[in-house]
Design a protein around this ligand. Structure first.
Ligand code: ATP
Ligand code: MG
Length: 411
């Protein structure tokens, strides 16, 4: 099927999209405006990379691994998430790309969701509710939303808000977001603020859209494609080099994010869980995006015996575990980690609002996190005194969300 890839009002490329399962392919038949092709699709040598284009398209829609998708598809009378994505024109609240059939002549200013209302049919179905009528209204940004957790967009007092569920029997993730935010605030790292809401006695976390009609998000997955990686650079250095080629000094915020992730033991900082914000009109890069999606941390969904600072915690994207990844952060000795004093009390007071978390688990987490901070101080002191600490990470190592999803639920 032919679709025109659009960016705001501009036609970008004529695409031929075949969506049959995971082997579906995207071909760009004509490029109308090279500068508007999503970043990271062209190879550094200037060749349009169709595989990158397919990855871009498929990472735009709801992943096959999304909680609640299989129950939602029959409610929406749809075969798969790509069908929903195309029926909603691929419009999102994270960037300004969309699709229309060549014979359609839709006006961006009338259909974009930054300025126009949208339907809650897809969002409702994703949360297991039957849409009001059989005539499903697909005009919704919920079809173009990534990530595995249940989520939907809403408008509250004119502000676009993303509502996201938790997982497991403790529904810990929404509360973890608040603890992560506390840590990042103290480290001076811009982060997305999540408030807690309740639905059917389950906690949800709610955050405001971090882009708007003038700005858009580009994930690290595609940023890392912008330049050819030098053999002697780690993937971490490569990412920083790609950002600096576009005028962003990513190191300070990246280092703060990796330090925060070490402290909270984040297992899920894959390359779609951070990136940059650019101006959607002149395409200038503005800043690293406020850090979001830090919920898969603080031993969530782990059995009690595993909740211990003694054990390695697997991590992403630059190392297999936090002890290796943190060694990439050469600025660690400059961090003032004493600013995190009181974290145990904050953890207790935050989790005490979650009736699903047993008190012994809360107390254990509140005891173990300060030990991770102490470990970090020891590593920082060793770095400062010149002890040679080499991360066990090969130069080409990184983990993407695909690595994570394949491990989690093979399909
Ligand atoms: N506040 C926001 N404003 C705009 N876009 C957002 C916002 N928060 C998240 N997104 C986009 O939505 C995607 C999914 O959100 P998020 O990462 O929070 O979900 P998730 O289900 O926890 O993901 P994962 O599969 O990594 O666990 C993000 O990768 C990002 O592209
Ligand atoms: Mg995510």
């Amino acid at each position: 099927m032919k679709y025109v890839l659009m960016h705001k009002k501009e036609p970008v490329s004529l695409l031929n999209i075949t969506t049959q399962g995971r082997n579906a392919v995207l071909k760009a038949e004509t490029v109308y405006n090279k500068s508007l092709i999503p970043p990271g699709i062209y190879n550094p040598n200037g060749i349009l990379n169709m595989k990158n284009l397919s990855i871009w398209f498929f990472s735009r829609g709801i992943p096959a691994t999304r909680d609640g998708l299989s129950e939602a598809l029959p409610l929406l009378n749809a075969e798969d998430s790509h069908e929903i994505l195309l029926r909603s024109h691929g419009l999102s609240l994270t960037d300004h790309y969309w699709f229309q059939k060549p014979e359609e002549n839709l006006d961006w200013s009338e259909i974009n969701f930054f300025q126009n209302d949208f339907s809650d049919d897809i969002g409702k179905a994703l949360f297991g509710k039957i849409p009001k009528s059989l005539n499903i209204d697909f005009n919704s940004p919920d079809a173009a939303s990534a990530g595995n957790l249940k989520k939907r967009w809403t408008i509250h007092n004119g502000i676009r808000k993303l509502i996201k569920g938790g997982e497991g029997s403790f529904f810990q993730e929404p509360f973890n977001e608040q603890i992560a935010s506390w840590v990042m605030d103290r480290l001076g790292l811009e982060n997305t603020k999540y408030t807690i809401g309740w639905e059917n006695n389950e906690p949800l976390c709610i955050c405001s859209d971090f882009v708007d009609i003038n700005t858009e998000f580009i994930s690290a997955t595609f940023i890392a494609n912008l330049l050819k990686k030098r053999n002697d650079d780690s993937f971490y250095e490569h990412y920083i080099t790609c950002c600096s080629a576009y005028g962003i000094d990513a190191r300070p915020s990246l280092d703060k994010m990796l330090v925060a992730d070490y402290i909270i033991g984040n297992r899920d900082r894959h390359l779609n869980n951070f990136g940059i914000i650019r101006n959607a009109d002149n395409l200038q890069w503005i800043k690293p995006a406020p850090v979001y999606d830090s919920g898969a941390s603080l031993w969530s969904r782990q059995a009690i015996p595993n909740i211990s600072s003694k054990y390695e915690i697997p991590c992403m994207p630059f190392g297999n575990n936090h002890s290796d990844q943190i060694l990439l952060v050469k600025t660690l000795p400059s961090f003032d980690l004493d600013c995190l004093t009181g974290i145990d009390e904050f953890i207790k007071s935050t989790f005490s609002k979650n009736p699903y978390m047993p008190l012994n688990v809360i107390n254990l987490i509140a005891t173990e996190v300060p030990k991770r901070i102490e470990n970090l101080k020891i590593i920082a002191a060793q770095m400062e005194s010149g002890v040679k600490l080499n991360p066990q990470v090969s130069k080409n190592f990184y983990k993407s969300s695909h690595d994570r999803d394949y491990q989690k639920r093979p399909y």
